[in-house]
Design a protein. Sequence first.
Length: 268
Amino acid sequence: MKATLLFLLALITGVPLSRGQVYIGPAAGPQLSWTKFDNRDHYDNYRIKPLVGWNAGVNVSMKVRNRFFLHTSLVYSTKGRKIEGKQDPLLTNTVRYNFIEMPMIYAVDFRARMAGGKMFKYYVGIGPNLSYWLGGKGKLYTSDLAENSDFAEQDLSYNIVFKKDPERVTPYQMNVTEPNRFQLGLNVASGIVLEPRPHQRILVLLRYEVGHSFLSRESNGTFLPTYYQDILQSRNKGIRLSASYLIDLQIEKRKKGKSTSTINKGRK
C-alpha cells in the first residue's frame, strides 16, 4: 500500500519520495472565501463580500529530505461570495460553490522553543491548488424580481447547472454554458507541527489561496426570471485553516518498536 501511494504521489507531484516518511490522516477546518473580478470596471456596479465555508478530507504529509516536506490533501471544499448592487440597491446574490480540491504545499520545517522550554516545529511553504467545480447553490434578489409577482416577496433560490439546453433551464437554476470546471490556483502557507506521540503528528495549516483560473472565461451565469447575469470572469480567493491528525505509514517500524519493547520487558 505504501509503495503504491508513493508511486502515485511521485507521479502527480514529480517529487522523488521513495525514501521519505509518509503520514496520513483526516483533515478539516473553516475557511473564508471571495472572488475578484478580472475587469475592475465591474466594481463600479457591484461590491463583493466574503463568505464562511469549510473543507474536509484526507491529508498526506511526506518527508522529501531532512527539513523539507510535501503536504497534500484531497478535500471537499465550499467557497463562495456575496454580491451587492451599487446601481441596483435591491440586488443581492449570495452563492456557495462546491469543489473537490487537491492543494499541494512544498514546505520547510523550523524549530522553535516555547516559554517553558519545550520544542515545537513550524513551517512555511508554497505550492499549487488544483480544483474541480462540482456545482453550488445561491439566493438572488433584484429590482426586476421585485416586480415579478412570483418572486416579489422572496429570494430566488437556485442551483448551478452546467451546459444545459436553454430551453430546459428552469427558473430556479443558474445556467453556465461555458464553465471552467478544472481550475488552478496558488497557495502560500504557514503552520505548526505537534508530535504528541512517536509516529504521530498534528498538523495545523493556515493558507492563503490566490486563484489563477476564471470560473468561466466565455460566459456568465444566466437566470430565466431576471435580466441580471452573474459575472464569472472572476477568480477565487480565500483564507483557510485546517487541522489534521496524522499517523506514520511505516507500520513495520512501529511494530518493530513494539516488539523490541516487549523483548526488553521480558528480559527484565
